[in-house]
Design a protein around this ligand. Structure first.
Ligand SMILES: Cc1cc2nc3c(=O)[nH]c(=O)nc-3n(C[C@H](O)[C@H](O)[C@H](O)COP(=O)(O)OP(=O)(O)OC[C@H]3O[C@@H](n4cnc5c(N)ncnc54)[C@H](O)[C@@H]3O)c2cc1C
Length: 535
């Protein structure tokens, strides 16, 4: 039997931490926060929910593509942010869509958008539903006759492969594993692996400018998009497949990162890669995070472009079992389908030594992905993949466990980093009386600056979790914008980052984006409230 997706958490029903693992996690967390016990909270069941009756009915001609089934409506109410988890466990499903549509072709998408425009029904495109910024929540205000969540999940095929140019035409609803499974027999890969890879889609990655596996060079999905097909409320836009172009502002770039407000991405031509056969990796220890950061800057500016270059501070490293928690760890890796990469790793280790880095023994391999699963680097990787399941245990128990991410130029980085750690700890202390736990790592690095990713935990009463999170989130987001960073390096804007995105965006650019929306979505039905308000 195929297992359903959890409407209340990460992954499939029956997947996640075992009861023993949950108990162990809560015991460790209680110990950290100095309380006697933290209790596991059972997730809600569909029959516990009191969903508002749908305000609209599907049109007869599309009835087999559209459903008002309560499980489907619940599954499409939220993404996977802390705010979402809290509201799910409180059984608050006020924003549930009235209907959920599963188009099986681009023509279906066109017909659904036409019907929604006629009836003034708001449409929220839904890929994997892994948004952590309120991007898929149909919270659109009262100006609409109803809401429809448009799930692209049945558009999940690789349609065409151009082996000569090494590219493929791919439907937007395909999730990461199904995409890679279809490319593997051809020896090809997209090699875009966000942490949410298993339950996020190609269209969602493009719509949010997701950040993947590569720590340098091809960091965002943007670099792999060769051409797009987008169904707008005014018709279909197809951009030309090109390796590059200097012909004016790029049409692709208008839709990459458009978060469902301009149209529904139905297909993309994506640049692919041969599967890597040569890998070399090492973990390097530094006495502290800022010393490691200076080494990473030298690496980022060296032209070596490691595929993996993730610097973990001592808290993050200790938590993941990568080291003993007293030193920062740099997880460094090179890979290639064509040539051995040991020389690049050797040079990178030399650079690290110049900054006092101490390498753990380096490993290299041809054709052996298992090499990534050993040592400190392997420990970190395992913890990384299990982390999404921990939040649905911790958050309902009253642990405010969340992350935020940004990017800033190197000239400002050290002051920026210190101010953000201090702001996060202060905000946590204000709501809970203790400094909590704050950790940082680099997810991506550029010659001109890093993308720091912060994790934090605080303990509150379960009833206060959301208010506590809002307090911390507001404090750090204000600091990020004030100190010259971006409100998001790869998690997108959605509804949750709107306030700060509005401050970051040049006002005339916002006006131009609103004009583009008015042109492509004149009735303002596409994901209202995200990025810009409809006219
Ligand atoms: C555990 C976890 C780990 C994560 N790790 C990463 C990470 O490593 N890197 C990263 O970048 N992000 C990460 N995220 C955030 C999230 O996975 C990304 O934003 C991802 O790109 C969303 O893809 P999705 O298919 O789930 O999109 P959804 O969540 O379904 O949608 C996201 C937004 O895109 C729009 N959209 C979706 N599909 C389409 C389409 N076909 N056409 C037009 N608009 C569309 C939606 O309306 C919404 O606004 C993580 C999230 C979680 C929960």
């Amino acid at each position: 039997m195929t297992r359903r997706r959890k409407f209340w958490g990460w992954g499939l029903e029956g997947e996640g931490l075992t009861p023993a693992e949950q108990a162990d996690l809560l015991r460790r967390m209680a110990l950290r926060f100095g309380v006697a016990e933290l209790k596991a909270v059972p997730p809600p069941r569909i029959e516990d929910l009191d969903l508002r009756p749908p305000r609209i009915e599907p049109p007869a001609g599309l009835a087999d593509r559209i459903t008002a089934d309560p499980y489907e409506r619940a599954l499409h109410t939220y993404g996977k942010s802390l705010r979402d988890i809290v509201r799910v466990f409180r059984r608050e499903f006020g924003p549930a869509p009235d209907l959920v549509a599963y188009p099986t072709s681009e023509e279906d998408v066109v017909r659904i958008l036409d019907w929604c425009a006629d009836r003034r029904v708001a449409v929220v495109p839904f890929g994997g539903g892994s948004s952590v910024v309120g991007g898929v929540e149909p919270a659109v205000g009262d100006g609409y006759a109803g809401t429809l969540s448009l799930d692209l999940g049945r558009l999940d095929r690789v349609l065409e492969i151009d082996r000569v140019s090494r590219a493929a035409r791919i439907q937007a609803g395909v999730l990461g594993p199904a995409l890679e499974a279809q490319l593997r027999p051809h020896g090809l890969t997209l090699r875009h692996f966000p942490q949410s890879f298993q339950y996020s889609s190609l269209g969602g990655w493009i719509a949010t400018r997701s950040g993947g596996h590569y720590a340098t060079l091809y960091t965002h999905i943007d670099e792999f998009v060769e051409g797009l097909r987008v169904v707008t409320a005014r018709g279909v836009v197809e951009t030309r497949r090109l390796p590059a172009s200097g012909a004016g502002p790029a049409p692709d770039r208008l839709f990459i990162g458009s978060e469902g407000i301009l149209g529904v991405i139905t297909e993309a031509w994506m640049r692919l890669q041969d599967r890597p056969r040569h890998r070399a990796m090492a973990a390097v220890f530094f006495p502290d995070f800022l010393t490691g950061a200076r080494a990473v800057r030298a690496l980022a500016q060296s032209g070596l472009f490691p595929a993996n270059c993730r610097l973990l501070d001592p808290h993050e490293a200790g938590e993941a079992g990568a080291g003993d928690g007293t030193r920062a760890v740099l997880v460094l890796g090179f890979e290639s389908a064509d040539h051995p990469v040991d020389a690049a790793l050797s040079r990178a280790l030399e650079l690290c030594r110049d900054f006092g880095g101490e390498p753990e023994s380096a490993r290299s391999a041809t054709d052996d992905p298992a090499v990534a699963r050993t040592g400190s680097a392997g420990a970190w990787r395992d913890a990384f993949l299990r982390a999404p399941y921990a939040r649905e245990v911790l958050v309902p128990a009253g642990v405010v466990a969340d992350t935020y991410e940004t990017a800033v130029t190197w000239d400002r980085f050290e002051a920026f980093y210190s101010a953000l750690v201090e702001t996060t700890e202060r905000a946590i202390r204000e709501i809970s009386g203790h400094p909590g736990w704050v950790a940082c790592r680099f997810t991506h690095v550029y010659p001109d600056g890093p993308a720091p990713y912060f994790s934090f935990r605080a303990l509150t009463r379960p009833a206060d979790t959301l208010a506590a999170w809002e307090h911390i989130k507001t404090a750090v987001s204000e600091a990020i914008v004030r100190l010259g960073g971006t409100i998001t390096h790869h998690h997108a804007v959605g509804r949750d980052h709107r306030r700060w995105y509005d401050q970051e965006l040049p006002p005339l650019f916002r006006a131009a984006l609103r004009a583009a929306k008015a042109e492509l979505d004149p009735r303002g039905i596409l994901n209202p409230g995200v990025l810009v308000d409809p006219a």
